[in-house]
Design a protein around this ligand. Structure first.
Ligand code: WTA
Length: 642
């Protein structure tokens, strides 16, 4: 147990464990009272008429009904009035030492002009807009501009392939796409416009492609469809009225991977999401007016939405946007940004910490890091050794390490320590946020009470930041989250609650894997593989990977009628196939060509066996008597890539 640091507790919003426990009890006993108080932190055009309605089993959830507000107004206008000269966004460009500071007053002008550009391209309240941008300030301007006019943004991570982007544009029916000529990530240039051209080719839904200039690279522009963003912005004035939205009007859709089928468009609405992200950002990172807050995520993921843009800006915080990568020009980059900008709160994924940790302490210790107070992590379990290094070396033993568990669907942080209140245990996300009721259930759905137990992690009741539906497929929303364990929201994670009631996330219990902090469905990768002419069948599993946390291991059966002259080239072609269909982030680390898969007599693949082979743990397979052909296991071990 690592005790709370007195210098942090002294000025914290929640300053002791007893304080936390008291507030937590209150939040559970009277959720309506608790959340209506929290909602007052936002500016409402019309206050909510009720706090909360839910029929969990049907996946019907509403918060703050009758309330009217605008997310952009809350993030921009109200701060531009009261603190116009405060820095809203510091953009840390790809090259070290290059920064752009944008005040709240400037942000208001940038967002206003962007909103007018969208309108002049025909975007109206309720329309969807695709954002496929690198980490440049325009990504935040565009998100906020959509929110301002009531349009629904769909940010697509700029590492996704043309096919993946096309699928998302079509699913959400986006008439306007924002992109850039190229993106920069360390030494690499990413040809974004070219990818968009491939993605939208022949798509009649896409009316306009707005192109930001990042590198000045020569790119093809299709007249009547493609426009330079800067030229469009120059035509518009900065004044653009806000649309007052109902609390339950959609704010954005964000695609994420599930255990089956194609990625789903997780939909978040306006009132609940804004209340929850502002509230959790303030408490989990113990935000005060003088903080410089740096979340190193990408805007293409939920962490970027909730904790680079909406939460911090709603709180009037100075938020840092980082264009580069942690190892450019070397593994000391994060800490240089921390010193340059006097960052007090830093938030990243364990995979990034593992990568820079491997490079050695000197990259850390050459920076002073004296401004750091809080160090957050998110996205996957953090190994206790890595936690300890983060705490002792990066934080000099002076900063609080905050391991935050949550999901795209939860909208905001669900389980995490509070810096001034919760003693930490390295590797545990510790205790639930106010208003959050984690429940462990066995495979039959019975609640497992008490401490010192493990089970499937569910959440009882509802919270304001909860996703409301899957775009265009509410039935899938219900069946994915609310039917396996009736009465609860099912997270897909396994979890242990220890003797002290602390939560330890043990990883996914479904066919989702977290690879370098990116969430991927094994089924998606399998579909990409079998779309290759050589592949008859594929099974993908995760395996422990030193840097990425989980690596990707694919077992592929080749078609009888396909003659592979060069097996190495075939493996290379299968890898490329996944890169092309999904993204380089989904590229298998190992591909094993096999003649058969371990299937039960009913035809179900026993993934447990594949996981063991992928992990190189082949000494004991337990009971394999239900396999149709148990000899297959020996054959798989013999040709294993481990
Ligand atoms: C995993 C990211 C352990 C978990 C915000 C979850 C974590 C999935 C943690 C959601 C953590 C996230 N400890 N595991 N602190 N945070 N996860 O939707 O498996 O990209 O279900 O949201 O990441 O990933 P997503």
């Amino acid at each position: 147990m690592i005790p709370v640091k007195p210098h942090i507790a002294k000025r914290a919003h929640v300053h002791s464990l007893a304080h936390y426990e008291g507030l937590y009890r209150e939040s559970i006993a009277n959720p309506a009272g608790f959340w209506s108080t929290q909602a007052e932190a936002l500016t409402w055009f019309h206050p909510p008429e009720s706090v909360h309605q839910a029929r969990i089993e049907e996946g019907e959830i509403a918060w703050f009904s009758g309330g009217k507000l605008n997310a952009c107004y809350n993030c921009v206008d109200r701060h531009a009035e009261t603190q116009p000269d405060k820095v809203a966004i510091v953009w840390a460009a790809n090259e070290p030492g290059e920064y752009r500071k944008i005040t709240y007053a400037e942000l208001a002008r940038e967002v206003g002009r962007m909103a007018n550009v969208l309108k002049s391209h025909g975007v109206r309240r309720g329309d969807r807009v695709a954002i496929y941008l690198p980490m440049i300030p325009e990504v935040a301007f565009a998100m906020l501009a959509c929110a301002r006019i009531g349009a629904v943004h769909s940010v697509v991570f700029a590492g996704f392939s043309a096919e993946a982007l096309r699928e998302r544009i079509l699913d959400a029916d986006c008439a306007v796409v924002l992109t850039a000529d190229e993106g920069l990530r360390g030494p690499k240039r990413i040809p974004l416009k070219e990818t968009v051209d491939d993605a939208v080719e022949g798509l009649s839904v896409v009316r306009s492609v707005l192109v930001a200039k990042r590198t000045g690279a020569e790119v093809a522009m299709t007249p009547g469809r493609d426009y330079w963003l800067a030229e469009e912005l120059a035509k518009e004035r900065a004044t653009c009225p806000v649309e007052w939205m109902d609390a339950e009007d959609p704010l954005f859709v964000l695609y994420t991977s599930g255990s089956t089928g194609k990625p789903k468009g997780v939909l978040h609405t306006t009132g609940g999401y804004m209340v929850y992200t502002a509230f959790t950002h303030r408490h989990v990172f113990d935000i005060h007016d003088d903080d410089v807050y740096f979340c190193a995520a990408d805007a293409g993921w939920i962490t970027g939405h909730s904790y680079i843009v909406y939460g911090p800006l709603a709180n009037g915080t100075t938020t840092v946007m980082f264009e580069s990568v942690p190892n450019y020009p070397d593994c000391g980059r994060y800490w240089q940004v921390v010193d340059d900008l006097e960052v007090s709160v830093f938030y990243t994924a364990p995979t990034a910490i593992r990568a820079v940790m491997r490079a050695g302490d000197e990259f850390v210790t050459r920076a002073s890091r004296k401004s750091l107070r809080i160090l957050g992590t998110v996205g996957e379990p953090i190994n206790p050794e890595v936690w300890t290094w983060y705490h002792d070396v990066v934080g000099n033993g002076q900063a609080a390490v905050i391991d935050t568990w949550w999901q795209t669907e939860t909208g905001g942080i669900m389980i995490a320590p509070l810096p001034g209140a919760t003693p930490a245990k390295p590797g545990s996300a510790t205790l639930p946020m106010f208003g959050i009721r984690p429940v462990l259930v066995d495979d039959e759905g019975t609640e497992i009470k008490g401490n010192g137990v493990s089970g499937n992690l569910c959440l009882a009741g509802s919270w304001p930041g909860q996703s409301r539906t899957i775009l265009g497929d509410h039935q899938r929303f219900r069946s994915t989250y609310f039917t396996r364990f009736p009465g609860y929201y099912f997270t897909g994670d396994g979890c242990r609650r220890d003797e002290d009631g602390y939560y330890w996330i043990t990883g996914r219990v479904d066919d989702v894997i977290n690879v370098a902090g990116h969430r991927l469905g094994t089924a998606e990768i399998e579909s990409a593989l079998v779309a290759h002419e050589a592949a008859a069948e594929a099974a993908v599993v995760g395996f422990p990977h030193e840097i990425k946390g989980t690596g990707i291991y694919a077992f592929v059966i080749i078609r009888d009628d396909f003659s592979a002259e060069d097996p190495k080239a075939l493996v290379g072609a299968l890898r490329d196939q996944v890169r092309r269909v999904i993204s380089p982030i989904a590229t298998p680390d190992a591909i094993q060509i096999v003649s058969g898969l371990p299937k039960t007599r009913s035809g179900k693949i026993m993934r447990r066996i594949l996981r063991q082979i992928a992990a190189g743990k082949t000494d004991d397979f337990g009971d394999i008597s239900t396999l149709a052909d148990p000899t297959i296991v020996e054959a798989l071990i013999a040709s294993s890539e481990r």
